[in-house]
Ligand binder design. Structure first.
Ligand code: DHB
Length: 398
């Protein structure tokens, strides 16, 4: 005989305990609002998922000013610019000089660890490793049902439900198709990502355009580096030897005597590449946040930054609704969040098309692309626009 699910209730039920779900839970607790977050993954699984590594300055502020952790400032590193490499030469885009801003290299896994520790420290209710998660009656009387990591079936009734459950979101599908518009853009390539035990090759990130395709030289620590290169989406990473990978990367960044410092490759992955937005981000008492509502191509590393900004806005309107009765402000969530989402979509798309080669492209296309790159690096206005987008936009105010 199966026993009845254990009944619980909370103010905000959060599906997904990645950075978006945990940051929301953290911000709500600062406003005295209870939440329960659930995730099918274990904490260990999330900690070992490698994602992008660049935080906009507002994302850094959100971590430090709200008391998550200052570790980003001591263990992350501030980057005041990037290098754009094309036609065999490097060109520095100096963020500090151009727009008075910078970004921080601090991997998403560390952001997750800091948030999970902060939730534990502050007594937050986060259930990792659950299974059979379902959401019911999301519009009017939301319930999350799941089986917890000890095998106990539970049902959590909540006043508000947040889908922070990533690009394979179950919550997104609760919005009736007739009310939701989904915007997609597919790209005919993917990224081959590696982790390598090698010293840094350059002090800042390098975004390179080459006839053979895009390459990105990023970093993790003094001894561990992250690099990517454009590849066919059907690529099986296991068929690429370390030697083939280094040849490809070295070719794509070559010129002016520059070369990469090589080392053993400890991880090889092929990353999907697409742009996606679902509008609206709200349906009754259900709100979508982060990758559940939108994904950007990795170029420019906007995904995590967008997710953190979504939940910052969402925490503000939930605070106003729960603590001040200003439920009309819930309506402003999507509009405020989407303004930034579409700016980030545009930036990620632009940086992608600026640096990647398209199958079947003509010599005209290649020359036009070089013309565009040149018009950026030789113009203060062109460079400043790129710097502004890379370092992030202010959040729309309430
Ligand atoms: C990283 C990934 C990106 O997509 C990017 O634009 C910059 C850095 C990274 O993983 O370090």
């Amino acid at each position: 005989m199966t026993s009845q699910p254990v009944q619980e209730s909370t103010v905000v039920g959060i599906v997904g305990a990645g950075p978006a779900g945990l940051m929301l839970s953290h911000l709500l607790s600062r406003s005295g609002i209870d939440s329960i977050a659930v995730d099918t993954r274990t904490r260990d699984e999330i900690e070992h998922t490698h994602r992008a590594g660049i935080l906009e300055q507002d994302s850094v502020r959100l971590l430090t000013d709200t008391g998550v952790d200052g570790r980003v400032l001591t263990q992350g590193s501030e980057h005041e610019g990037i290098e754009l490499r094309f036609a065999g030469e490097g060109h520095r885009i100096d963020f500090k000089h151009l727009v008075g801003a910078s970004v921080w290299l601090y991997p998403q896994t560390d952001v997750f660890i800091d948030l999970a520790n902060a939730r534990e420290r502050d007594g937050g209710d986060v259930r990792f490793g659950v299974r059979d998660t379902k959401v019911l009656e999301v519009r009017d009387q939301p319930v999350i049902s799941f089986v917890d990591s000890e095998g106990i079936a539970r049902e959590v009734r909540c006043d508000y439900l947040v889908g922070a459950d990533g690009s394979h979101s179950i919550c997104r599908h609760e919005i009736p198709e007739s009310l939701s518009t989904q915007y997609f853009k597919e790209y005919p390539f993917a990224w081959f990502g590696i982790m390598t035990e090698a010293p840094m090759s350059a002090p800042e990130l390098i975004y390179a355009r080459h006839e053979r395709g895009f390459a990105l030289i990023s970093q993790r620590t003094e001894q561990l580096q992250r690099m990517y290169f454009q590849c066919d989406p059907a690529t099986d990473p296991g068929t690429w030897s370390d030697e083939m990978i280094w040849n490809e990367l070295q070719t794509r960044v070559s010129g002016g005597g520059f070369s990469l410092k090589e080392g053993p490759i400890t991880e090889k992955v092929v990353l999907p590449f697409r742009s996606f937005v679902a509008e609206p981000m709200r349906y009754g008492r259900l709100f979508l946040a982060g990758d559940a509502a939108h994904t950007v191509p990795p170029t420019g590393a906007k995904g995590l930054n967008l997710a953190l900004q979504d939940v910052k806005v969402l925490a503000e309107v939930l605070d106003a609704a729960v603590n001040l009765g200003r439920t009309e402000l819930l309506e402003t969530y999507g509009t405020r969040a989407l303004e930034r989402v579409w700016k980030a979509q545009q930036f990620s798309y632009r940086l992608t098309t600026l640096l990647h080669t398209l199958p079947g492209e003509t010599p005209f296309d290649a020359k036009r692309q070089l013309g565009e790159l040149s018009s950026i690096v030789t113009s203060t206005h062109g460079s400043a626009h790129l710097a502004e987008c890379y370092t992030g936009w202010p959040t729309a105010q309430l």
